[in-house]
Write a protein that binds this ligand. Structure first.
Ligand code: M6R
Length: 359
């Protein structure tokens, strides 16, 4: 039920602080330590490589998850597009473990991969928002996203929930494997900061409505750029924009701009720089300036500790590994208001279904 909200999408964006707190309640004990199923942990520990399989927004959450597993648990991990994996299967390691991410748990492309890897005798985990779904029933293990029903076609709270639950698993696995990075990562505290940081953003909706009105509604193209985790975030931000506003948008690895995409920049084209990683902040800023020199209209989404007086959207400081949990919120809201101002069907964009049950 969307209650007094005009659209499910807006309600689901607003739900996100509560979802973060629900994940802490569900997966952490009284001492603030995350817990996962013992048999699942045994399987994860035995794996030499994690294969994350998903589609769309869930794949984008998987791109972030792979970085969490590598940096916190020091286990090789990669996120794969399900429809590609199924028919162009990569070489598998000796002890692979599969993680399926799916809001609906019914995505046909992911189901096909699960059928194949099950037949080959491999174990798997499904993270889903729908507990009795096919992917949930057929995998060896399942974990709930605890996001509550997501009705709008554009996925919002499932994305942030998927990243938070991946962080839980990466932290537990990393600690079990004796990794300092995992031990020192105070995830319960971080997720609390994330909840507050999201709340601060959703409390200033008028800012994002203004940005949508002044900078997006009349545009044909838009670009989100970033490096590393900020690149993964840019892909999701760009998908949010294109699917509900029909503006052609791309998420580009900031360093790749000059290898091609910069040719598309015209006077006034919006280019949004995502800057949450200290190591690459300066480089992304120079890439933004290169597009500005070609006439783009640049905007920035920046973590507080990296921000200056000219930045447009400033995020509360949280651990760099979790920055997508905050950085996606402005992009969700800008997409929402752009779609609304264009008079489009926000919750049910053309040509798309909430659950894609055909390959
Ligand atoms: O239910 P799933 O998470 O498996 O769905 C995957 C994609 O179809 C889904 O994320 C899609 O890309 C959304 N419309 C994105 O907002």
């Amino acid at each position: 039920d969307k209650g007094t909200y005009p659209h499910y999408m807006l309600k689901e964006i607003d739900d996100q602080p509560a979802v973060m707190r629900k994940i802490v309640q569900t997966y952490f004990n009284e001492d603030g330590e995350p817990q996962i199923d013992g048999a699942l942990l045994t399987d994860l520990k035995a794996a030499d490589r994690l294969y994350i399989v998903a589609a769309g927004t869930s794949w984008h959450a998987g791109l972030v998850g792979a970085k969490l597993f590598e940096r916190l648990a020091h286990v090789s991990a990669e996120a794969f597009v399900a429809s590609e994996f199924a028919y162009d299967t990569p070489m598998l390691s000796e002890h692979p473990f599969f993680i399926f991410l799916s809001q609906s748990g019914e995505t046909a492309d992911s189901r096909e991969v699960l059928t194949q890897i099950k037949a080959a005798g491999y174990h798997s985990l499904t993270l889903t928002n729908v507990q009795n779904s096919t992917l949930s029933r057929e995998a060896t293990y399942t974990m709930a996203l605890e996001a509550g029903p997501e009705i709008a076609v554009a996925s919002t709270k499932a994305y942030t929930a998927q990243i938070a639950v991946e962080a839980v698993i990466a932290k537990v696995l990393g600690e079990t494997l004796g990794q300092d990075a995992a031990r020192d990562f105070d995830l319960a505290n971080q997720l609390g900061l994330v909840a507050n940081g999201i709340q601060a953003l959703v409390d200033q909706k008028e800012v994002f409505e203004e940005i949508a009105k002044n900078n997006f509604v009349d545009q044909r193209d838009a670009f989100y750029i970033g490096r590393g985790i900020d690149y993964a975030l840019s892909l999701e931000a760009s998908l949010k924009l294109k699917e509900i506003t029909y503006i052609h948008s791309e998420g580009v690895a900031a360093g790749e701009l000059k290898h091609g995409p910069i040719a598309l920049i015209e006077a006034g084209t919006p280019v949004i720089g995502v800057i949450t990683q200290a190591k690459t902040a300066g480089l992304t800023r120079s890439n933004l300036a290169e597009t500005a020199a070609r006439g783009s209209h640049i905007m920035t989404i920046v973590s507080k500790s990296l921000a200056n007086a000219h930045d447009d959207i400033v995020l509360e400081d949280i651990d760099e590994l979790l920055s997508p949990l905050l950085a996606i919120i402005p992009a969700q809201l800008i997409s929402y208001y752009t779609s609304l101002l264009k008079g489009l069907d926000v919750d049910k964009p053309r040509n798309l279904a909430k659950s894609v049950t055909v390959q």
